[in-house]
Design a protein around this ligand. Structure first.
Ligand SMILES: Nc1ncnc2c1ncn2[C@@H]1O[C@H](COP(=O)(O)OP(=O)(O)O)[C@@H](O)[C@H]1O
Ligand SMILES: [Mg+2]
Length: 223
């Protein structure tokens, strides 16, 4: 299997006033193309920090990040955002949908910022919404949708640019357990179709839905 992500001795510290907090203290991680990985840890353990580094939304303080075999820590911001948009789709606990846009427009929006040529974007947006059980919700605003529906719109949006990897930060954190399991069913299906899924969560039951679980504790990863 092809390694898509390799982290070597990744450290991340934040400076707050006079204090330095070391959140990640030497993370080593290898992720293969097609994996479904959960990283589980308690609140404050550094899960989001790690996911932001993986998703090229933040830079490590030190260490190596090889993405598809290429070192990325020292790339310019613009190169990072191009890589990010080409490779990753993001799903967050808070959905982050745009309130004044309907479901369809939320899904199609990332195409406008993409340098990738996605054929038939409008048809693709409709197909994704249909696949996610939202065929009667195209014109609904986020406020008219349930939490589970909002998260499915967010997943469709994450998929519109055909990312190789889905990065999910507590994607079920605002959902009841039945809806949460429906969201995990979607991730499992996507993974079975070849999508790499990396999810961070505090929730043991959700972590168990992945094919591999790692724990994050005291700034380090454990299997
Ligand atoms: N931008 C930041 N500035 C300062 N401290 C931060 C920042 N981001 C995260 N932290 C701190 O890093 C620690 C880990 O945070 P986070 O990665 O959000 O944990 P988790 O997602 O596991 O709850 C926390 O103590 C948090 O306060
Ligand atoms: Mg977090």
């Amino acid at each position: 299997m092809k390694k898509i992500i390799v982290l070597k001795n990744i450290r991340k510290s934040f400076v707050i006033g006079e204090r330095n907090i070391d959140v990640l203290k030497g993370i080593d991680l290898e992720i293969e193309d097609g994996e479904f990985l959960a990283i589980q840890g308690v609140s404050g353990s550094g899960k989001s920090t790690l996911l932001y580094i993986l998703g090229l939304m933040d830079r490590p303080t030190s260490g190596e990040y090889l993405l598809q075999g290429r070192r990325v820590e020292h790339l310019e911001d613009e190169e990072l955002s191009d890589l990010r948009n080409a490779l990753f789709g993001f799903v967050f606990q808070q959905f982050y949908l745009i309130d004044y846009l309907n479901a369809y427009d939320n899904v199609i929006l990332p195409i406008l910022y993409s340098k990738k040529a996605i054929p038939y974007p409008r048809q693709r947006a409709r197909r994704l919404l249909d696949r996610l059980g939202l065929s009667n919700r195209y014109f609904s605003k986020p406020s008219q949708l349930s939490g589970g529906e909002q998260q499915r719109v967010a997943i469709a949006r994450a998929l519109i640019n055909e990312p190789q990897v889905i990065l999910a930060d507590e994607p079920t954190g605002q959902l009841d357990s039945r809806t949460a399991n429906e969201i995990m069913d979607i991730f499992s299906t996507l993974n079975n179709e070849g999508k790499t899924i990396i999810m961070v969560t505090h929730d043991e039951a959700m972590a168990k839905r992945a094919k591999r679980i790692l724990r994050i504790k005291d700034g380090l990863l454990f299997s």
